[in-house]
Design a protein around this ligand. Structure first.
Ligand SMILES: Cc1cc2nc3c(=O)[nH]c(=O)nc-3n(C[C@H](O)[C@H](O)[C@H](O)COP(=O)(O)O)c2cc1C
Length: 215
């Protein structure tokens, strides 16, 4: 039976998304929804997790979970290895998409736009406030490269721990932040009987235009 999950479904009844009263700036609505998610989601510390989709130079899509570390009028910030698979995909094709899913609120937010590397200072600042073990882990792990065995990672960690003994590791050059500059943000609110609410904001000439989409 290929459709063994066919009967697994939930009817969404918690909230609606009206046309009146929603902010003209989608980042304001994102702020409201993320704050609510932080109070609602289990565990709350992962309300900032999202899927990031990138496309490689052959046109193949790749998607993985990441943590959003902040956002402002410029865009949405996340961190990782610049030499990782995602780093290489973003270097060859900067267009990416993020999806947040908050099941406790029956909500999804999709964000699309070009991604740029953040200023080195911002990457330094965030690296400096990460726990020491994460800093060493960043040095030890050549993200997305093949390892012969788990023990290779343990060996690398021992080596970098000895190397930086007694001092704080600096940020590796190959690790840092990215900013997704939104051109499109869609808010999805689950509604009963699959007749969901979808509000789609698109940036045209520096102005956000909002459209309601069919579910
Ligand atoms: C909840 C969650 C959060 C994650 N957060 C990050 C993150 O912020 N940065 C990161 O580089 N990888 C993060 N990862 C690991 C990525 O999903 C992925 O394995 C890694 O970035 C390598 O992806 P790539 O090979 O496509 O570059 C997270 C994984 C999960 C499940």
């Amino acid at each position: 039976m290929p459709l063994s999950l066919a009967q697994l479904r939930r009817n969404y009844t918690l909230y609606g998304l009206r046309d009146d009263g929603v902010p003209a700036d989608p980042m304001e609505l994102f702020d409201q929804w993320l704050n609510q998610a932080r109070k609602t989601e289990v565990p709350p510390a992962e309300a900032n997790s999202m899927a990031l989709a990138t496309v490689d130079r052959d046109g193949h899509a790749h998607c993985r979970m990441l943590l959003l570390k902040g956002f402002n009028a410029q865009g949405l910030f996340f961190f990782g290895h610049y030499l990782s698979a995602k780093g290489q995909e973003l270097a060859s094709n900067p267009h990416a998409a993020m999806t947040f899913f908050w099941p406790g609120l029956e909500r999804q937010v999709r964000v699309e736009g070009p991604v740029v590397k953040v200023d080195e200072q911002l990457s330094d600042d965030y690296f400096d406030v990460r726990p020491a073990a994460s800093q060493l882990g960043t040095w030890a792990s050549p993200q997305s490269q093949a390892l012969s065995h788990r023990s290779e990672l343990d060996t690398r960690l021992r080596e970098v721990t000895e190397h930086f003994a007694g001092r704080q590791p600096p940020r590796p050059e190959h690790w840092g932040g990215y900013c997704l500059q939104p051109r499109r943000i869609e808010f999805w609110q689950g509604r009963p009987n699959r007749l969901h609410d979808r509000l789609d904001y698109r940036l045209h000439d520096a102005t956000w235009q909002r459209t309601r989409l069919a579910p």
